[in-house]
Design a protein around this ligand. Sequence first.
Ligand code: FMN
Length: 225
Amino acid sequence: MEYDEVILGRRSIRGYKPDPVPQALIREIVGLAMRAPSSYNSQPWNLYVISGRPLDLIRAGNVERMVAGVPESREFRAGSPFAGRHRERQVGVAKQLFIAMGIAREDKERREDWMLRGFRQFDAPVCVIVTYDRELADSDDTPFDCGALANALVNAAWSRGLGTVINSQGIMQSPVVREAAGIPDHQVIMKSIALGWPEETFPANAVLSERKPIDEAVVFVGFDE
Ligand SMILES: Cc1cc2nc3c(=O)[nH]c(=O)nc-3n(C[C@H](O)[C@H](O)[C@H](O)COP(=O)(O)O)c2cc1C
């Protein structure tokens, strides 16, 4: 695939075929992703590629705790709830997804079911947990570097026909993930990425989220001199 085709074609995939993903293919994708730049080449990331029974334990543990109302225990700062234009974008993509899935605003049951899907890692056959080395926790470069890795990974996966969705839902109950994946205390759990073969008939997979105009994000300086 051409670079543009990957970048413009990739979208978050929230419905997967149950087919397994060969370990060799995941190694290839991770190898590409790990070419991501990082601060002073520190490469603060670690990846836990989870499938089979341990992933089922994570799904079950996440759902059980969320349904029981166990408070979230994510290991990253989420900040205040979005407001203004950020909130508008959040609502915008949620609306696109609900319309695609035919989930009505007042349909509490299906909305809850949709939310739980995220805690089940969208029933993907694989989930990648990204952690970072705790001794680098004080630097904002660390989450920045993990983001670079995650972006490279989702695009590398897409170039091989695989879908992904980066998500916080999978790691909101961090003790569940820590135990099932055997993550040591000297690593901090950063993010989860569901991965697998896209189910073409799953309506939400067709949603192409919007982007703000380039001129809203970019200031060109010194070009008219
Ligand atoms: C840091 C981060 C956290 C995310 N968390 C979730 C999540 O918990 N659940 C979910 O369905 N999507 C999640 N997403 C996916 C975003 O909603 C998605 O990337 C965004 O709407 C843009 O859509 P696209 O990926 O299809 O281009 C997350 C993405 C990022 C980068």
